[in-house]
Design a protein around this ligand. Structure first.
Ligand SMILES: [Zn+2]
Ligand SMILES: [Zn+2]
Length: 272
């Protein structure tokens, strides 16, 4: 199959003061994550790196001349695929996700056929077409879809609950929000009410059926989020939302899990 070349590969949009959202519009919806570049004084913070299909480093270099620190919300493949391009930068990750970052268990190539059969069956049961490719375009002529690999990188520094990342422009507190994954972390700017949440919460069906998910922990994370006085949440997938919508998402999740079990994943960003 010959796919069209998508130039540019990434979408870039300013979504908040000093916050650029970087997206991969040609990645299938399941794996289409939101990345963020937050402007600082001495450095910028790059939140996640996507699938590692198109070259991200040059996009970031076009947006900032400051050094970049990479903040890893969690180690699911759709959030760490481009980390290898930033191996010379400081890479922040929670201890519970460092192993997944160093040794990602990804498919070989970008076709659904390269996924484990059980995983494919799970996606099919959830209503996804898993017959084709994970992209609907390529980033450059001659790009080798079968040659794509998720490449591991070492954590630069382990971070967790309560740590402060003071960027000069914004002062973030790190929140540990397990449930979707054990070491999911978010960035909370209390002065501005801005939360960059990773996959802990976004405006779509939340995923708690992967091997590393924990419904009990997710419920506690949701209770914590419900009390957070957010102005806006920038999630790991989908569009930003405010406090009213956040409470709806939290309450919807808690109600859906009242029986304590987790159904098959629906739409949204997920990893293996
Ligand atoms: Zn995830
Ligand atoms: Zn995701």
């Amino acid at each position: 199959m010959v796919l069209p070349v998508a130039e540019p590969w990434f979408g870039v949009e300013e979504v908040d003061r000093g916050v650029m959202m970087i997206t991969e519009p040609h990645v299938a919806r399941l794996w289409r994550a939101n990345l963020y570049l937050v402007e600082g004084v001495a450095f910028d913070l790059l939140v996640d790196t996507g699938m590692g299909v198109g070259p991200l480093r040059q996009v970031v270099a076009g947006l900032t001349e400051r050094p970049v620190v990479v903040f890893t919300t969690h180690s699911h493949l759709d959030h760490i695929g481009g980390h290898f391009e930033f191996a010379d930068c400081e890479i922040l990750v929670h201890a519970a996700e460092a192993g997944g970052l160093a040794r990602p268990k990804g498919p070989e190539g970008l076709s659904y056929a390269s996924l484990p059969a059980a995983k494919r069956a799970e996606y099919q049961a959830a209503g996804f077409d898993t017959s084709g490719l994970m992209v609907d375009a390529i980033p450059s002529a001659g790009y080798d879809l079968a040659g794509h690999r998720f490449r591991g990188v070492a954590a630069g520094r382990l971070i967790g609950e309560g740590e402060v990342i003071d960027m000069g422009t914004r002062r973030f507190e790190v929140l540990h929000l397990p449930g979707h994954s054990p070491g999911g972390i978010a960035l909370w700017d209390a002065a501005d009410g801005m939360l960059i949440a990773g996959d802990a919460i976004y405006d779509g069906i939340l995923i708690d059926s992967t091997d590393d998910a924990d419904v009990g922990a997710y419920r506690r994370t949701m209770a914590r989020l419900r009390d957070l006085p957010v102005r806006v949440v920038h999630g790991g997938h989908k569009r930003a939302f405010g406090r009213g919508r956040m409470v709806e998402i939290v309450d919807g999740y808690v109600a859906s899990r009242a029986g304590g079990k987790s159904p098959v994943a629906g739409e949204a960003g997920v990893s293996f």
